[in-house]
Ligand binder design. Sequence first.
Ligand SMILES: *Cc1c(COP(=O)(O)O)cnc(C)c1O
Length: 436
Amino acid sequence: MNEEAGKRVHEKSRALQSRAELLFPGGVNSPVRAFRSVGGEPPFVAKAQGAYLFDADGNRYLDYFGSWGPMILGHAFAPVVEAIQKAAVDSSSFGASTAAEGDLAELVMSCYPAIERLRFVSSGTEATMSAIRLARAATGRKRIVKFEGCYHGHSDGLLVKAGSGVATLGIPGSAGVPEEIAALTMALPYNDLAAVEAAFAAHPDEIAAVILEPVVGNAGCIAPAEGYLEGLRRITAERGALLIVDEVMTGFRLALGGALERFCLDADLVTLGKIIGGGLPCGAFGGKLRFMEMLAPLGPVYQAGTLSGNPLAMAAGMATVGYLKEHAARVYPYLEKTAAAVADGVAAEAAAAGIAVTTNRVGSMWTWFFTGEPVADYEQAAKSDTKAFGRFHRAMLEAGVWLPPSQFEAMFLGTAHGEAEVAATLEAARGAFAMF
Ligand SMILES: *Cc1c(COP(=O)(O)O)cnc(C)c1O
């Protein structure tokens, strides 16, 4: 800290940024890490412990994005570190089967009764991409339904975004995605069962699957309306389409058994990522036996991965999910209570300052939308004052609280966030809103 100016010094981060811009497009290896939508420059992280990140200049930040979800037990959690160290001694990859894969699969399946067979992959993107391929093979149909504002990784067919006319004809959400591929993806408004009924009515026997985030995190946090998830289960079952519940973000976070447990929902296929790897690259997809047995080498649907079921990722996942399972009765109520204290506390600070904020929270994921209106879908989320969010983000960062750098992301916390962290966050927010 530069005490004279009372402002944080970021010399080393800025030097690293200059170098990174000559190495990586936009200076980053994932676009969400750039601070384009909030303004300001991203600190470069040197290390993290518990609820805190430390940047290259030694500044400390309270972490509310948790590596975008995985760090539910806090950074460098001792049992996870030890598990990785222990596994690494015996080599970091074999490209052959191990007991560790079976151990983690049994643990995951004990949390997810909907998963009768599982396959490990190395990212959430791979999990959803493979689940869609499987659904198309199982149904012999080509179209898929997703929802506006839901993110399922960056494979071609899932990068179709919101916009007029997408209900019947996909528009590429990215350059480089062929129209022919995007056209097979119908993006419908979230929380609108009538739109789903209409899509199936317009394209009977053409829709292979409906894929969704059971609680949206990637448009900011949006909860499913009463009866919405059950409605999707009913419609897909009636229409012979698969229901793919993308729990890459919500899995092991909203409950030990994710959104399926929290909302008593069944799925044909489930996709997992983030927490399942305890901070190492890992994803998985699984579900009903009759679909999963269509995968190679049993069946005709090809899917593979050099590092799938990687022993270090299995060890970190085992330590993380194992801890969550052992302490579930304490962990999940704690996360709920702590997240409510932060989410409601900051909302109260905003209200006291006369700033319109709508707070959406489910369990330990939440978003403060800078709007006075309720947010139940992407269109409503998009009405938020993103400039105001940017000001809030910059002020919080300067006060040592690192929020995800976009209005359209969920905040997370974990077991390392305690009362002192809650109090510090409310104080930082009070200061931030005072400068509005
Ligand atoms: C993060 C995320 C993905 C993509 O996972 P990656 O590991 O980044 O490929 C897919 N679906 C959801 C719901 C996510 O939050």
